[in-house]
Ligand binder design. Structure first.
Ligand code: ADP
Ligand code: MG
Length: 614
């Protein structure tokens, strides 16, 4: 990751260190999972199924691995992949061709298939993930079709439509009983790892990207890399499932890996619940087993398909989160709430208060949208420590300035230096890594997460010198940040349970947890009631008292004149005033821009009383 961490002052307590009071909790969930998995593998290894049942179960187990791959790309990271059957085929053909044509061992072909799927997945992802939505879907469909065409037409290598017969299983797992046990074992391991993925740094990044790309970027997450990682991981799991599938059936052909199969994989994931590997297993099991249960209906043509289709539609309509999404919700409702941990630590912010250099230098910054000069050659500097306000009437270019500063827009011209370093060309996550934190005018939280999880992502900002990647340290810091804004008691609640004002505070806590060099706040008082505004004023003062430098945009002149020592005023994208608060607020140009000609003609003292709280 980019960004050079600033040294921790010797006086700062170890804010990241886990609280000694918190004992290590027993991993009950993992133990239960291990027991259940061991039981299932044992069942698979000992139950004398019929040959037909073996086939069905091996298909279900290997498909489920690929469907779990889809839950990573689509469920966790929110990216569509309609080529999952293609990647499944890559794994299958690596084992098929490797064992049959090249006489290689299964155990050699398997990793080759995995690497091929991973590399192609990463390549496809890397070349297309800058596109979004429909384009990504179309590119993955094209990739899927190309793969199918290659499998069918490159006859000397792939055997073409005839497929590959007599695929070798590994010697130790030559009979169906032990091979099924192997597949179920691999499925259990994959399920366990993917179940834990959301609680890792990468998994959190994926969820953040899915929930809110813009917010993910400005909290320091490399959006593109995260998406490519998700895509590659999804492809890898498809390859793994495919490789085991080839061994299950000892015969493969191109039609088993067609676009139609990709849709089947997708349906399985959506049906079971795309958010979890458990959902993937349920969805796969159902879509493979329902047709078997309905076999007796096959006598009456059409009826079988009608009932099958209807069942799928009903599930999707009444359980939009899939079966496991629905069941999981019920379980979560019953689960007792975790008691809030012992008193959160004090929030530490490391600021180089002694340094005389300005934190932010903006030089002739412009942003044009076609003919509209939203920001027009604006220059100002933000001194270290204290609160600097950027004000101006609606549409004067304040938010646009902030968006250019945080890298969401590329400037039409000009330069931006943070802490002396030119950041004009950096991506949002790189600016975050250099210490730029921000909040949004329209709150941008990660909606599927708890308050704590949102703030943990902030704490995890690359370049934050205060915490490493240990979960306990990150959580302790996140709790400290939530305590600082007064919300630690509700840390584990989902963000949707909070009022608008509190959601703003969570957003501020998320930025604070990252220990920013400069915090950009876009209209933090918008939509707050008067008591919330008073609380916000107090919070701003407490942040400034910790030495943090803040650049705040706000409409509320009372708030601005209360907290800001320095003001820059924009109007129609141009800077019309800049200086010490009291002086700027008396400048006729400012009064005119804000209150119209009438007020400009009145005495400046009147302005202050107009701005006083009602
Ligand atoms: P403020 O935050 O000061 O109220 P903004 O920076 O949001 O103002 O907007 C300044 C001007 O730029 C407005 O005229 C707005 O319509 C325009 N603008 C802002 N963002 C865009 C965009 N993405 N595309 C086109 N015009 C934009
Ligand atoms: Mg704005």
């Amino acid at each position: 990751m980019t960004g050079s961490p600033r040294p921790l002052p010797a006086s700062a307590p170890a804010a990241g260190a886990p609280t000694p009071a918190a004992p290590r909790r027993l991993p009950v969930g993992s133990l239960l999972y291990a027991l259940a998995a061991a039981g299932t593998v044992a069942l698979a290894a000992t139950t004398p199924f019929s040959g037909y049942a073996f086939n069905i179960l091996m298909q279900a187990a290997t498909y489920a691995i690929a469907v779990i791959g889809l839950t990573v790309v689509l469920g966790l990271c929110g990216q569509i992949n309609l080529a999952q059957a293609g990647f499944f085929g890559i794994g299958a053909y690596a084992v098929g061709l490797g064992t049959v044509d090249w006489g290689l061992s299964f155990w050699l072909c398997l990793p080759v298939g995995l690497v091929l799927a991973l590399v192609l997945g990463a390549g496809l992802g890397a070349s297309t993930l800058r596109l979004g939505g429909h384009y990504l879907a179309m590119v993955t469909i094209s990739f899927q079709q190309i793969l199918t065409l290659v499998l069918i037409n490159w006859i000397p290598v792939t055997h073409g439509p005839d497929g590959v017969p007599r695929i070798q299983r590994p010697t130790l797992f030559a009979d169906s009983q032990s091979y099924l046990a192997l597949c179920v074992f691999v499925l259990a391991v994959v399920g366990y790892l993917v179940w834990h993925l959301p609680r890792t740094r990468l998994g959190r990044a994926m969820r953040a990207v899915r929930d809110n790309e813009l917010a993910a970027g400005v909290t320091g997450i490399d959006i593109y890399r995260t998406k490519v990682a998700a895509f590659a991981l999804g492809a890898l799991l498809a390859g793994l499932g495919g490789a085991l599938f080839a061994g299950s059936f000892t015969y493969i052909s191109p039609d088993q890996f067609s676009f139609a199969e990709s849709i089947v994989f997708l349906t399985m994931a959506l049906l079971g619940g795309v958010g979890s590997p458990v959902g993937a297993v349920i969805g796969t099991g159902l879509l493979i087993l329902i047709p078997e249960w309905l076999r007796f209906l096959k006598e009456i043509p059409g009826l079988y398909l009608a009932i099958y289709g209807l069942a799928v539609i009903l599930i999707v309509v009444f359980m939009p989160e899939g079966i496991w999404g629905f069941l999981g919700d019920q379980v979560r409702r019953l689960r007792p709430r975790r008691p809030a941990p012992a008193r959160a630590q004090d929030l530490v912010l490391t600021q180089e208060a002694a340094s005389p250099a300005p934190v932010l230098e903006v030089e002739a910054l412009s942003k044009h949208f076609g003919g509209l000069k939203a920001v027009d050659e604006v220059s100002f500097t933000v001194a270290r420590g204290g609160i600097h306000a950027l004000i101006g009437p609606n549409g004067s270019g304040k938010t646009t300035t902030l968006n250019v500063l945080s890298g969401l827009y590329t400037p039409t011209g000009g330069r931006v230096r943070l802490d002396g370093r030119d950041i004009t060309r950096l991506a949002p996550h790189q600016r975050a890594a250099s210490g730029l934190g921000r909040t949004f005018q329209n709150i941008r939280l990660f909606r599927s997460m708890s308050a704590l999880e949102n703030v943990v992502i902030g704490a995890e900002r690359p370049g934050n010198p205060l915490v490493g990647h240990q979960r306990a340290a990150l959580e302790a810091r996140a709790r400290a940040a939530l305590a600082f804004v007064g919300l630690e008691a509700r840390a584990d609640e989902p963000v949707s349970a909070f009022s608008y004002g509190h959601q703003r505070l969570i957003e501020i806590a998320r930025a604070l947890a990252g220990n920013p060099v400069l915090l950009l706040l876009d209209e933090p008082a918008a939509g707050l009631n008067s008591s919330e505004k008073v609380a916000l004023t107090g919070l701003l003062r407490r942040m400034a008292a910790k030495g943090l430098t803040i650049l705040i945009i706000d409409h509320d002149m009372t708030l601005v004149s209360d907290v800001a020592s320095h003001i820059t005023v924009l109007n129609f994208g141009r800077r019309i005033a800049d200086g010490v608060t009291a002086t700027v607020l008396r400048e006729p140009a400012v009064i005119e821009a804000y209150l119209g000609q009438e007020a400009a003609e009145g005495p400046a003292v009147g302005l202050k009383s107009d701005l006083a709280p009602a």
